[in-house]
Design a protein around this ligand. Structure first.
Ligand code: CA
Length: 329
């Protein structure tokens, strides 16, 4: 649990990707795996007034229900984020996930999709703020200096057994009921969303920068956390995505596999940098939006004048033609 350590020192040292993360772009991948016919996983990146959001959904529910649920959730979350004004990231994520739940609960009234549902794990970046939302058993991991920490809590029956001390954490994944979710999007109208908030702090040149990984259970059920940490720490995000999918598939790939690797510009902490103000950033962002909406659209105006000119010329030519025809008649 190195996140609570404000010095950011982990107990695991390794040959890790220590510098230059800031120029690396996030990467994502989804793969049907080796046994399934359909890919019921989805991922997306959404740019909105409330920041940049990455999300992963793992749908379920027979026939095409799983695919539909995951896609409906992605679409609903995207719409909600894109259409509403800037808000603090946790509020924006919560509203978007609850909207996805509302849509899927409604669609489940159709008997063909009565069993469908999906997980949703999202991370949102806004200024230095990072917010997470989670429902189900897709996960967010934090990788720092070769060590890994799960930031989300699974909503599964086996997690409840672990929490109550009935089984050990290492027994959870191989438990026969490991796949049973206790919470998912679409199951019922009143949805509780796990939300958490962090801030990215700048680090010194020689300090490691954090990497976030979002993934579905198709990855972590076949590739253990140490392997994930090692691959993500030693490869670029896009190469890590490919290597992790290949590893899961070498081991059977019996589920769909999806992951997003996001290099950060610093380290996550649970407290805000001094003087940081979410409200101030929202005010600036809102003012910018208003200015942009009021600014004169030169390109649009020129396009309008040119179009008008062409139409007038065509109209004049047709009138001239009509007059000539009439004179001849
Ligand atoms: Ca899955």
């Amino acid at each position: 649990m190195f996140l609570e350590d404000s010095e950011g020192r982990s107990s695991m040292e390794g040959d890790t990707h220590r510098s230059g993360s800031s120029h690396l772009e996030p990467a994502a991948i989804t793969d049907t795996g080796c046994e399934r016919d359909l890919n019921e996983d989805r991922y997306a990146a959404v740019e909105s007034n409330s920041g940049t959001t990455w999300l992963v959904c793992d749908g379920m529910g027979g026939q095409t229900g799983g695919e539909l649920a995951a896609q409906l959730a992605i679409d609903a979350i995207r719409r909600d984020l894109e259409n509403l004004p800037p808000r603090p990231p946790m509020a924006a994520l919560k509203s978007a996930v609850i909207e996805a739940n509302r849509i899927i609960v409604l669609r489940r009234q159709n008997q063909a999709f009565a069993q469908m549902g999906t997980t949703a794990t999202a991370v949102q970046f806004f200024g230095s703020e990072v917010a997470f939302a989670n429902v189900g058993d897709s996960r967010v991991y934090l990788i720092r200096d070769g060590a890994i920490q799960q930031l989300t809590v699974d909503h599964t029956y086996v997690q409840e057994l672990v929490d109550s001390g009935q089984i050990r954490p290492e027994e959870a994944l191989s438990h026969p009921q490991a796949h049973i979710l206790t919470r998912c999007i679409g199951a019922e109208p009143g949805l509780e969303v796990d939300l958490s908030q962090y801030w990215i702090w700048e680090v010194e040149e020689n300090e490691p920068k954090d990497i976030l990984l979002l993934c579905t259970d198709g990855l972590y059920s076949l590739v253990d956390e140490g392997e994930i940490a090692s691959i993500v720490s030693n490869a670029t995000p896009s190469k890590a995505c490919v290597q992790l999918v290949e590893l899961a598939k070498e081991r059977g790939g019996y589920d769909n596999i999806t992951l997003v690797v996001i290099p950060l510009s610093g380290q996550l902490r649970t407290e805000a940098p001094s003087g940081y103000s979410t409200e101030e950033i929202i005010r600036t962002s809102t003012a910018q939006m208003i200015m942009e909406s009021q600014s004169f659209d030169f390109v649009g105006a020129i396009r309008f004048v040119v179009t008008l000119g062409i139409l007038s010329t065509v109209a004049l030519f047709l009138s001239f033609l009509a007059i000539v025809m009439m004179v001849r008649v």
